[in-house]
Ligand binder design. Structure first.
Ligand SMILES: Cc1cc2nc3c(=O)[nH]c(=O)nc-3n(C[C@H](O)[C@H](O)[C@H](O)COP(=O)(O)OP(=O)(O)OC[C@H]3O[C@@H](n4cnc5c(N)ncnc54)[C@H](O)[C@@H]3O)c2cc1C
Length: 420
């Protein structure tokens, strides 16, 4: 099966939804693709129609403008120039496009520490998503830890769902967080109010700054976490640990399409165009900055792709304000050096292929680690261990190769140029 469109949008989070709606309303033939069964991305993930009026309005706009939508389809390869291959449960489809907007978002960053693979240890956003999809967390004692603004949002949500939040543990020092909050007074009042709302919803929960989980322990499953807080070591009994170290952008698809990166993000110009003509990026891919940045970048990218640069320019000021916020986030929640020393020799770094820290410590590069240990070659294809290895050893992961996700042989057999 194959199809041809003016504009292909990959990722139906806030950035992709705004991009697709803007382009479809400008009269372009559009196809919006996402690997989740419904639109919404990370923030509106459990079915935006029921959950979020803004998302619902966007879907209605897309339907009214007759945009094509393919949910549950995943972009896995680029068989030739301006063609993307999608896969869904063994079926595949090629979409030929004149321009493409990549809005594939971000994932949580995990760092290894003793006990991080014990049952009961979750990604912070992962546990939130689990609860959003119906997991009953009532009465559970939960420690929320790591770094980033997501921690307070997760703690507020889990508490509302009935969890007993024992503590929120933020590795960034208080002075940095205070500077960050003060900085929000300049042009980011909305974010300040949002943060204050989370603070209100988490009132009474111990919030430790400059603190981090050094290990998790238990028999069959998690029973206790050890926290370093300044010079003190605290033992905290709990049923669950929700932990994540801010977010890492999903740059695999842009890299497959030869787009340049800068400081870990996709490099774009004022019009959100990447280093490759006709390929645009929007949202977390260009800097972790939240939903408002994603939305305005989606609109700019779509207007630019539709040849309406003048209209796009009117949005630059707003976009630049959100870009500044993204830079402040990166600085405020930069990871402290001590986190590099948490893993013991036997601590797994790549949990798909069971590769411990000491096996990696003998390697000199990501490539060598892959060859000698199979690190990053399991089902997640390095999505979890590569950002960890980059932080621990300073290794730059090589450009990804197709398929971006495990795919059936038939899907690849029809490939040409890029799929070897
Ligand atoms: C786990 C998690 C939880 C979060 N929780 C909150 C929260 O509670 N509050 C908050 O304000 N912000 C939260 N955020 C941040 C928020 O999600 C983002 O700021 C916002 O959603 C960014 O929008 P986006 O459109 O750039 O990306 P996203 O919303 O992430 O959308 C990207 C979409 O692209 C899809 N995709 C990726 N690769 C492919 C591919 N190859 N083929 C097809 N589809 C693909 C993804 O499945 C996803 O649906 C969270 C982020 C994460 C990672």
């Amino acid at each position: 099966m194959s199809m041809r469109v003016d504009l292909l949008v990959v990722g139906a989070g806030p950035a992709g939804l705004l991009a697709a709606a803007t382009a479809a309303e400008a009269g372009r033939s559009v196809c919006l693709v996402d690997d989740n069964p419904s639109a919404g991305g990370q923030i509106w993930r459990s079915g935006i129609a029921e959950q979020n009026p803004e998302g619902l309005r966007l879907l209605r706009r897309l339907e009214a403008a007759r945009a094509g939508m393919r949910f549950g389809w995943r972009a896995v390869a680029a068989p030739s120039s301006r063609v993307l291959r999608l896969e869904q449960s063994g079926q595949f489809a090629d979409v030929e496009y004149s321009a493409i907007i990549l809005a594939t978002g971000a994932r949580e960053r995990f760092l290894p520490f003793p006990g991080w693979t014990l049952p009961g240890v979750y990604g912070a956003g992962g546990l939130q998503a689990f609860v959003k999809s119906g997991f009953d967390i009532r009465g559970k004692r939960v420690v929320v830890a790591g770094t980033g603004p997501l921690l307070l949002a997760v703690a507020a949500h889990l508490r509302e769902a009935g969890a007993r939040i024992v503590s929120v543990v933020e590795q960034a020092p208080l002075a940095r967080l205070a500077r960050f909050s003060l900085g929000l007074l300049r042009g980011q009042i909305g974010k300040l109010i949002e943060g204050a709302g989370y603070a209100l919803h988490t009132a009474g929960i111990p919030y430790r700054t400059g603190a981090w989980v050094t290990s998790a322990s238990g028999g069959e499953r998690l029973e206790n976490v050890t926290i370093r807080s300044g010079s003190r070591i605290l033992e905290v009994p709990c049923d669950m640990l929700a932990i994540g170290y801010h977010l890492a952008p999903n740059t695999e698809l842009p890299q497959l399409l030869d787009c340049d990166l800068h400081a870990g993000y996709v490099r774009v110009d004022e019009l959100q165009q990447t280093s490759v003509s006709g390929i645009y990026c929007a949202g977390e891919l260009t800097g972790i900055g939240g939903v408002d940045k994603a939305k305005v970048e989606g609109r700019i990218a779509a207007l630019a792709a539709c040849g309406q640069a003048d209209r796009a320019k009117s949005l630059f000021r707003d976009r630049d304000r959100h870009r500044r916020f993204a830079r402040h986030l990166d600085a405020a929640f930069a990871l402290r050096d001590e986190l590099r020393g948490l893993a013991m020799g036997s601590t797994l770094v790549c949990r798909c292929e069971d590769v411990p820290y000491d096996a990696l410590a003998e390697c000199g590069s990501w490539r060598e680690a892959k060859l000698h240990t199979r690190c990053g070659m399991g089902p997640c294809q390095g999505r979890i261990c590569a950002p960890a290895a980059e932080f621990l050893f300073g290794w730059k992961p090589p450009a990804p190769r197709p398929p971006l996700f495990p795919a059936r042989v038939e899907t690849l057999a029809h490939s040409t140029d890029r799929t070897a």
